[in-house]
Design a protein around this ligand. Structure first.
Ligand SMILES: O=C(O)c1cc(=O)[nH]c(=O)n1[C@@H]1O[C@H](COP(=O)(O)O)[C@@H](O)[C@H]1O
Length: 271
């Protein structure tokens, strides 16, 4: 998917919501747990209930890989079920020496039809480059993450800048705002303004609202750019809104609350 197509979807749906399909078999409603294709059945119901409210789905591959071959099959069926116009993210956090990254890129961009993949930048340019060679596909590189461990490396100073600042300014030269995004945790509100200064044009994938307590308001007010420039992810807050038979309606209700709040921030952008 191109940047222009993504921006059009955001405008059309008045939403920059990404629903995270972190589908944990132990957390899905009891009546589905014994289904032979439980993960896909759950995802299908969530997608049907939320697809008009979000512009992206993020499949966290860990929750699928944990089930071996059956999990990979559920992942494939899920990504193929997602409507064409919705941006798909393989949250796989890959990155290795060049020839290995090339195989990861084939796995997620050719064998599976994802639009994008999350990538760790620690091994440098040759580990990220293979993900940037596909037209219409994206690498989403970890910038400043939402977790406590972000302070172990990302928020350590190297010279007079934080390591994450160096990652943003260096990695942004490896691709363009048309094929490269950054992960910025919603819990890192103090840094949003600074981050936008370093990378004014890039899209950010922003996880950490909902269960991790990050603020949609903060990120939207401080880090939106003229194209919106944000995909805000919520996983548990949406997909586990109810653990009962009404799980899909409950997910829709939460997604709708996010979408309506987002419509308000997008409206301000236009004025
Ligand atoms: O790359 C990610 O998606 C990611 C980066 C980050 O800094 N923090 C973070 O929570 N994530 C992912 O975003 C999702 C957040 O899930 P919830 O906290 O349930 O909304 C999970 O799939 C995490 O693996």
């Amino acid at each position: 998917m191109t940047r222009q197509q993504l921006v059009e979807q955001i405008k059309k749906k008045k939403s920059y919501l990404c629903v995270g399909l972190d589908t944990d078999i132990t957390k899905i409603p009891a009546h589905l747990q014994s289904h032979p294709d439980a993960i896909f059945e759950f995802n299908k119901a969530i997608i049907d209930a939320t697809k008009d409210l979000c512009v992206s789905y993020k499949i966290n591959t860990a929750f699928y890989e944990a089930h071996g071959l059956k999990g990979w099959e559920a992942m494939q069926k899920t990504v193929e079920y997602i409507p064409e116009e919705i941006f798909t993210i393989a949250d796989a956090k890959r990155g290795d020496i060049g020839n290995t990254s090339t195989q990861y890129a084939k796995a997620f961009f050719e064998a599976l039809p994802f639009d994008s993949i999350t990538v760790a930048p620690y091994m440098g340019e040759d580990s990220v480059a293979p993900f940037l060679e596909y037209k219409g596909k994206w690498a989403i590189v970890l910038g400043l993450t939402s977790n406590k461990g972000a302070s172990d490396f990302e928020l350590q100073k190297t010279g007079d800048a934080y390591l994450y600042e160096k990652v943003l300014s260096t990695v942004s030269k490896w691709g363009s705002p048309d094929n490269l995004m950054f992960v910025i945790g919603a819990t890192q509100a103090d840094e949003f303004t600074n981050i936008r200064k370093i990378t004014p044009d890039h899209f950010y994938l922003v996880p950490g609202v909902g269960a991790q307590g990050g603020s949609l308001k903060d990120i939207s007010e401080k880090a939106m750019n003229k194209d919106c420039g944000l995909l805000v992810n919520a996983s548990r807050a949406v997909i586990y809104a109810s653990g009962k038979e009404d799980f899909a309606e409950a997910a829709r209700k939460v997604a709708q609350e996010y979408q309506q709040e987002m419509a308000g921030y997008l409206e301000r952008l236009n004025n």
